[in-house]
Design a protein. Structure first.
Length: 337
């Protein structure tokens, strides 16, 4: 991974350098023997040093854009050494302009000042560089996460059709074996159901009202097999029907009820769907089969993963060995990209 190069505004470089120059002359302004010429030269020298060190630090830190951890002390020593050389040259220029000043004490003062300025610039630029690197890593991780979630969600949506086909063919097989008179109607309704599948396969969400049409088609197919072996009660309110839901969610959940419970004329399965507390609730009394039906195991997991992808929420599942209940959060709008 290439590390982001440091970019500092030209205005920041020049304004900060001028401010540093002015601040370096403040002690002289407070002095009784204030000399305007000395203050101006001192400010100019400090500002020039600051500008040079800005660009030098940026250049050296940007030379190697590979990923780095922590501060490079060897590079810091190089920067400090070059800074001392630059400040020595500027101090020499200052001595040429202000020849009456004792060069020794002045040289020591400006070198200490130069080291401090250099250290501040170096630490600041390293902080900026690490911030850039952190942002870049965060963006790449978010992109990977988004791509992964998108791929998972597309896979989950594709699981719906094979999952339903697997169970429908088992149903059709049973009807053919028993010479059921409604076999032809079942095939026609199965064809209609797959028309819904083709129309909804590219949609992340549809209205609950549209989802109920899919569910009612599915229930017709199941009635062809089980007759009065199960009952279905729907008391969803008008406002709930206007909310959104991932396609085939209710169909998968009702299918799950039928798959794992005894469904017979002597012991009908009662499935109900209603709304409460901003949630759609599907429930049935538990009457487990003695021999569990073969399953691809994607039903509940599919629904849960789709809600996690769309809302960052999981569905609520209640199983107290008497009632099995699933609560789906209302989806009023969707802004996921």
């Amino acid at each position: 991974m290439q590390q982001e190069k440091i970019k500092i505004s030209q205005a920041v470089i020049w304004i900060s350098s001028i401010v540093l120059g002015v601040l370096s002359s403040v002690p002289q302004l407070a002095s009784h023997d204030f000399n305007l010429m000395e203050a101006v030269v001192n400010a100019a020298i400090t500002s020039a040093f600051a500008v040079v060190m800005w660009y030098l630090n940026i250049f050296l830190l940007n030379r190697n854009t590979k990923k780095r951890q922590g501060i490079s002390y060897s590079r810091l020593l190089v920067v400090l050494a070059l800074g001392m050389v630059v400040m020595f040259g500027l101090a020499w220029i200052q001595q040429l302009i202000l020849s009456h000043i004792n060069f020794g004490p002045v040289m020591l003062m400006v070198e200490v000042r130069g080291i401090l300025i250099n250290l501040v610039f170096y630490m600041f630029l390293n902080l900026v560089q690490h911030n850039y690197a952190g942002q870049q890593v965060h963006l790449e991780l978010e992109k990977v996460k988004s791509d992964n979630l998108g791929a998972q969600y597309e896979l989950l949506k594709q699981q719906v059709n094979p999952h339903f086909l697997f169970n429908s063919l088992n149903t059709l097989k049973s009807m053919v074996e028993t010479h059921d008179e409604e076999t032809i109607d079942f095939i026609i309704k199965l064809s209609d159901f797959y028309r819904f599948t083709l129309e909804s396969r590219k949609l992340d969400l549809i209205t609950v009202e549209e989802e109920m049409k899919i569910l009612n088609s599915y229930l017709f197919l199941q009635k062809a097999r089980f007759g009065n072996g199960f009952t279905f009660t729907d008391t969803l309110g008008k406002e709930t029907l206007k909310t959104l839901i991932p396609p085939f969610t209710l169909q998968l959940l009702v299918e799950n009820c039928i798959k794992h419970n005894i469904v017979s004329q002597s012991k009908p399965l009662h499935i109900s769907i209603y709304d409460a507390d901003q949630k759609i609730i599907i429930e049935n009394p538990i009457q487990r089969k003695l021999v569990p039906e073969d399953s691809l195991g994607v039903g509940l997991n599919n629904v849960n993963m789709r809600y996690k992808h769309l809302l960052d929420q999981e569905i609520d599942i209640l199983d107290n060995n008497q009632i099995f209940q699933i609560k789906l959060p209302f989806i009023h709008e969707y802004h996921h990209h």
